[in-house]
Write a protein that binds this ligand. Structure first.
Ligand SMILES: Cc1cc2nc3c(=O)[nH]c(=O)nc-3n(C[C@H](O)[C@H](O)[C@H](O)COP(=O)(O)OP(=O)(O)OC[C@H]3O[C@@H](n4cnc5c(N)ncnc54)[C@H](O)[C@@H]3O)c2cc1C
Length: 402
């Protein structure tokens, strides 16, 4: 497909409105056809990736000088809201590809920028974020280990639940130098998917987000050039958990808002169509209350997410805390809204023939992505404490949108 959307300058308001209309038209047209096809076949073919790439949808969040659209972060979030009304796998591709460059870019040297960051933005390579391990938490207790011999690291370890872990070209992987503990000695490496000693098992059968590939991966003395290390030894978790997580959590928060809007739309339509005891469901106060609560819930979460997005864009010191607040608020909202929306559908909503059934399953995955609510609460409390004890101007800013 021909790429005709490369922008040379940041978009104006009018251009942004047109862009949003274009995304909405794709989501409600081809996006819905893709949703049906994915649910029927259980697969996300390369053709979907190519279509998203062809429309420029995978590089929208990047700066113009990197081939992106030069959107502000809040503008990008408005587009994520629309994309998130699609199938969970479409949202996953758009969210991950538009976000992973943010983790790499601050730590990449010029060579690495050319080899990894820009091709990830253009869609020439796929990169899987590879942190979670079966035997550990998702942080400083990781045990995947490297031993350095000359210009090569040899990686031994075990990762699981890794999105795009089968079809990716590289793993952006967090490990540690043998013999170190905690943050000390952690490294972020770009590990070629087909390097020696990489054993990826396809574990894609999930409750929702059908068709997205996931893998459990073992590394057995896999050679990785030292030139594939982002940042220094000791900065591995800064790459994996650093400034990148703040925008990513906000993006997941907005994904919840978009998907909740879709659930609400389906419930409103159904409540108008379905007649019981001579009246449409939408004329029953009990149903009206559920839908009214949903509407208020969605609106409240959306404004918190947008507030977090604006604070991130401004480099606000409270952006990290707000991103976790936004993520946990939005994900709890999504749980309530999808539950109400399915309830409005009655028993029919439990059937795979009802679109709400898929929305309900896709929604559940959001409670894990970028950390559970328990982890968000620990971040909020840590940041609350930091902000109380550190004057705003002396405190570390969380970084802007680029
Ligand atoms: C669809 C999907 C895609 C994913 N994709 C990726 C990916 O691409 N890359 C990647 O690296 N990971 C990925 N993950 C993993 C995801 O990040 C983790 O599932 C999530 O962070 C939770 O970690 P865990 O599964 O190890 O749960 P555990 O750490 O085992 O936690 C289990 C439960 O205990 C709670 N808990 C754990 N520790 C604490 C604590 N200290 N205090 C209070 N409560 C606690 C948790 O909140 C959770 O409810 C994916 C997960 C899913 C579901």
């Amino acid at each position: 497909m021909t790429d005709t959307t490369r922008a040379e300058q940041p978009v104006t308001e009018a251009e942004f409105a047109a862009l949003k209309d274009r995304v909405a038209a794709w989501v409600t047209g081809p996006g819905e056809e893709w949703a049906e096809r994915i649910e029927t076949t259980g697969e996300v073919p390369e053709e979907l990736w190519a279509e998203l790439r062809g429309h420029g949808f995978l590089r929208m969040a990047a700066p113009v000088e990197y081939g992106g659209f030069g959107l502000t972060f809040p503008q990008w979030m408005e587009l994520m809201e629309v994309f998130s009304r699609s199938h969970g796998s479409t949202r996953m591709i758009v969210h991950v590809v538009n976000g992973i460059w943010r983790a790499m870019d601050p730590f990449a040297d010029e060579e690495q920028r050319k080899k990894f960051v820009l091709p990830a933005i253009s869609g020439d390579i796929k990169i899987a974020f590879t942190l979670t391990e079966p035997g550990n938490g998702t942080g400083a207790d990781i045990t995947s280990t490297v031993v350095r011999e000359g210009d090569t690291y040899y990686l031994t370890g075990h990762k699981h639940l890794i999105t795009f872990g089968v079809r990716c070209d590289y793993y952006l992987l967090a490990a540690r130098v043998d013999g170190t503990t905690g943050h000390e000695g952690t490294v972020a490496l770009l590990v070629p998917r087909h390097a020696e000693g990489v054993h990826a098992e396809d574990t894609s059968r999930t409750m929702g987000v059908t068709g997205t590939d996931h893998a459990e991966i073992r590394f057995d003395r896999t050679p990785v050039p030292v030139a594939h290390r982002l940042g220094r030894e000791g900065e591995g978790l800064d790459v994996a958990l650093g400034g990148f997580l703040t925008p990513s959590r906000i993006s997941v928060g907005m994904s919840c808002v978009g998907l909740a809007q879709r659930a609400q739309e389906l419930a409103l339509d159904y409540a108008e169509r379905r007649v019981s005891f001579g009246k449409a469901l939408s004329r029953r106060q009990a149903v009206q209350f559920m839908l009214a609560e949903n509407a208020a819930d969605i609106e409240a979460a959306k404004h918190l997410v947008l507030h977090a997005a604006r604070r991130f864009e401004e480099g606000g010191d409270d952006a990290s805390m707000l991103s976790s607040m936004a993520k946990m608020t939005a994900v709890s909202m999504l749980t309530r809204v999808t539950d109400n929306a399915l309830q409005v559908h009655g028993g029919l909503g439990y059937w795979k023939t009802s679109p709400i059934e898929r929305v309900y399953r896709d929604a559940r995955a959001q409670r894990f992505e970028e950390g559970t609510n328990e982890i968000q609460k620990t971040v909020v409390f840590r940041e609350l404490t930091r902000l109380r004890t550190q004057p705003a101007d002396a405190a570390t800013a969380q970084g802007g949108a680029k």
